[in-house]
Design a protein around this ligand. Structure first.
Ligand code: NAD
Length: 489
């Protein structure tokens, strides 16, 4: 690993005066230092991307697709190295990092081909000597501001469609997990024309500079709702295209038809997965569970039994289900949610504190709370850690009301064998993704994004491509003769 990882601007690796440390959350050891971009470097990157835009947008889609396919193949070739680095900086088990790298490459091949079919349409003209063309054009420079939890995948959900449409890119990776992004650029993207892809690692100030820059028309952001709101405020006077993918507080409802016995056990297995995968640090992690009161106690027992089997340890080891949390800050916020609930009458069913068997690392015990209510932080705010809170309900209508009683609207899941209840759920729940019986999967071909305070855009699918295209209408009269309706001056 490089000692002082440089930044990538205009096809060159540049060091800076200031550096910041990147820590392995499993050991709290410093992995390396990374160049800390400043306003100056952010501006240099925007200048490079603006210049590159002039020629990049003029390439044929096929030419851009060749670059994209080439990089995807290199990512696959270097999959193991990238996955290890990802686990070292983020903490997730190696197997999950391998899957993230694989899906990163798949996203690229998907958009490389999809873009070939999505360049516009013709509208019926007003007269038969006219053409009305609707063309999709690139915006220009896109700032891709990414979070710590899926640094490669969530970057590529933005970068692949944006680049395929002819936009150029300045990446601001999370200050917690910039290494896999920088290494991926080094291994797989250096053959792009200079300035097409730039990366300025650094603290939030780099993101602020990019967001405020007049030559950056699109901010493609994934991160917390608070940061998204800050970006809205920072850019309100500039009328930019803001793609905001923000926080969630996903609910899982066991519908009233979920019966005692194996059905409950299967529901518990699904929630042990969706609540604790990547240590609950998925924007669509199940954080709230609503269970019909007739099976409430049985479900809690089943979930506790399941979650007790999850093992905790260094993700590089390959033998554990869960790694550490990302940082002391994330750890403290989770602990605050647990203490707040317990101080206000919640019951601790499992976990509830630091995993004491580890001398170092941000390990929190997988935690389950019951007897919670919607005044508690664990049911109101995003916890973003290994915590699932369970509440009983009387009627399915009441369960849906509880699901919707949140400022967030990212995803929601319902377990039911009753198609009428499933339909009622997806029609009445306000969320961007609804899962019936199988929580969490994303599908590259289907849009992903949030409603309410969870977001304002969609990534993936055709919608994720259109997000990076500006639509222009061309009214073209082929006949040069004057028109009767023109005023004859
Ligand atoms: P974060 O908001 O702390 O940081 C995200 C990025 O924004 C970082 O690169 C950071 O440096 C940058 N940033 C911070 N302040 C900024 C500012 N004022 N202007 C511009 N950039 C700024 O998020 P995080 O802790 O890295 O990620 C976790 C959050 O991301 C959770 O809330 C999670 O739900 C959310 N998330 C959402 C989705 C989704 O698709 N909706 C997916 C993954 C994660």
């Amino acid at each position: 690993m490089k000692k002082n990882y440089p930044m990538y601007i205009n096809g060159q690796w540049l060091d800076s005066k200031a550096h910041f440390e990147v820590t392995n959350p499993a050991t709290e050891e410093i992995l390396t230092c990374v160049s800390q971009g400043s306003e100056k470097e952010a501006n240099m990157a925007v200048d490079a991307a603006s210049t590159a835009f002039i020629t990049w947008k003029m390439l044929s889609v096929d030419e851009r697709a060749s670059f994209m396919h080439n990089s995807a193949a290199k990512i696959v070739e270097h999959q193991d190295e990238l996955a290890r680095l990802l686990t070292m900086e983020q903490g997730k088990p190696l197997e999950e990092s391998v899957a993230e790298v694989e899906w990163t490459a798949k996203t690229m091949t998907y958009y490389a081909e999809l873009a070939k079919n999505q360049l516009g349409r013709m509208a019926p003209p007003l007269g038969n000597t006219q053409l009305n063309l609707i063309v999709k054009e690139p915006y220009g420079v896109v700032a891709a501001i990414t979070p710590f939890n899926y640094p490669l995948l969530l970057l590529m959900w933005k970068a692949a469609p944006a680049l395929m449409l002819g936009n150029t890119l300045v990446i601001k990776p999370s200050e917690l997990t910039p290494l896999s992004t920088l290494r991926m650029l080094e291994l797989c993207f250096e053959n792009y024309p200079k300035g097409v892809i730039n990366c300025v690692p650094g603290l939030p100030e780099v993101g602020k500079t990019l967001a405020a820059h007049v030559d950056v028309p699109v901010i493609a952001f994934t991160g917390s709702t608070q940061t998204g709101i800050n970006i809205i405020k920072q850019t309100a006077h500039l009328n930019k295209k803001l793609h905001l993918e923000m926080g969630g507080k996903d609910a899982f409802v066991l519908a009233p038809d979920v019966a005692s016995g194996i059905d409950i056990e299967n529901a518990a297995a699904a929630i042990a997965w969706s609540g604790f995968f990547n240590n609950g640090q998925v924007c669509t992690s199940t954080e709230r569970v609503y269970v019909h009161q007739s099976v409430y106690d049985e479900f809690i027992q089943a979930l506790v039994k399941r979650v007790k089997t999850l093992t905790l340890g260094d993700g590089l080891d390959g033998n554990y289900n869960l790694g550490p949390m990302i940082s002391a800050q994330g750890f403290d916020k989770l602990d605050q949610h647990v203490s707040d609930a317990l101080n206000n009458g919640a019951k601790l069913e499992l976990g509830g504190s630091k995993a004491t068997e580890f001398a170092r690392g941000y390990y929190y015990q997988p935690t389950i709370l019951s007897n919670v209510n919607h005044q508690m932080l664990c049911m109101k705010e995003e916890s973003f850690g290994p915590l699932v809170s369970i509440m009983p309900y009387d009627t399915f209508e009441q369960a849906i009301e509880l699901v919707n009683d949140s400022p967030y609207g990212l995803g929601a899941c319902c377990r039911t064998g009753n198609p009428l209840l499933a339909k009622q759920f997806y029609q009445q729940v306000k969320a961007g993704t609804i899962w019936i019986n199988d929580p969490l999967p994303d599908n590259i071909s289907a849009p992903f994004g949030g409603m309410k305070m969870s977001g304002n855009t969609r990534e993936l699918g055709m919608e994720g491509l259109d997000a990076f295209a500006e639509v222009k209408h061309i009214h073209w009269e082929l006949d040069l003769a004057p028109k009767e309706h023109w005023i004859n001056l």
